[in-house]
Design a protein around this ligand. Structure first.
Ligand code: SF4
Length: 288
């Protein structure tokens, strides 16, 4: 892993594309992602961004943006005014192109410092998106922050399978992510399981029952439409679709999402969202 340190001028990026209707801003405490070498990294949409990778293999580098918290405090008031002027809430997606709690976070504490800064200058809304069970290390700050802004924690669990043929294991095992979601949910945080992109499920009913015990809401998305192209062509350039088809023929087609959604609606008692609407908490009714 190639580690480097950078200072970021303004960590708040005004959103466009997929996230435009989700939050007003996104924020990346790191550039690059160590989980890029794990299962979620195989189809990770970010690897197709040449401006970000600068020719480096996805998962091979991590830039630690050590000034993130300080820069957030300097820029949040202006970005808040910008969002409010256009009639939006000052809402932040943390993070869309990195993992906010990579293993290096325990040593460098960039996201921890940012959450502390947000306690001083809270956004109107914060969406914490993670693939890591280490999010529970930050339960205290998240709870404190949830009293000052609308806060949702999205825990990504794309399948009940630990891996797919020929692909690496996940950075955080499925059971640990379910446990993490449950810990946050039981602590009273608004916790959402994001099944995005949906990977083939072994037992969808049991998966959604587990989800019901671990979160209040569910978001599903398929890489077709979810990877920023209408036909999933970015993901089709990776090894993910063939591995999905090897265990569940048809799962690389968006019709698979419809099939799974039907089961989710039957089993999951809470609200269910699909695609960008789901990430924005514009849910459809569940089974209740
Ligand atoms: S954790 Fe997120 S950003 Fe990192 S590789 Fe996985 S999907 Fe991509």
């Amino acid at each position: 892993m190639d580690l480097s340190f950078t200072d970021v001028a303004n960590p708040l990026t005004r959103t466009g594309g997929y996230l435009a209707g989700v939050t007003s801003h996104s924020l990346q405490p790191y550039r690059g992602c160590p989980l890029g070498s794990s299962l979620c990294g195989v189809g990770c949409y970010v690897q197709h961004n040449p401006w970000l990778t600068r020719g480096r293999r996805w998962g091979s580098f991590l830039e630690i943006r050590q000034s993130t918290a300080q820069a957030y405090l300097s820029h949040a008031p202006r970005e808040r005014r910008w969002a409010h002027r256009k009639g939006s809430r000052f809402s932040i997606f943390l993070a869309s192109s990195t993992e906010p709690f990579p293993p290096q976070e325990r040593r460098y504490g960039v996201t921890a410092a940012l959450l502390e800064a947000m306690l001083v200058e809270p956004p109107d809304e914060l969406v914490v998106q993670t693939h890591s069970a280490a999010v529970t290390d930050h339960r205290g700050s998240l709870l404190e922050l949830s009293r000052r802004c609308r806060l949702r924690v999205h825990v990504s669990i794309e399948s009940d399978r630990e891996t797919l043929p020929g692909l690496p294991p996940p950075g955080s095992p499925v059971a640990r992510r379910f446990d993490a979601a449950r810990t946050l949910h039981e602590a009273g945080l608004e916790t959402v399981i994001t099944v995005a992109p949906l990977l083939p499920l072994l037992d969808a009913e049991t998966f959604f029952r587990r989800a019901a015990a671990s979160a209040g809401a569910l978001v599903l998305d398929h890489f077709v439409g979810g990877d920023g192209t209408p036909d999933g062509r970015r993901t089709h350039r990776t090894a993910l679709p063939a591995a999905m088809e090897a265990v569940e023929p048809g799962s690389s087609s968006p019709e698979y999402l419809e099939r799974v959604l039907e089961i989710a609606r039957r089993v999951f008692p809470g609200p269910i969202g699909v695609g960008a609407d789901g990430f924005a908490a514009r849910y459809r009714a569940g089974a209740a």
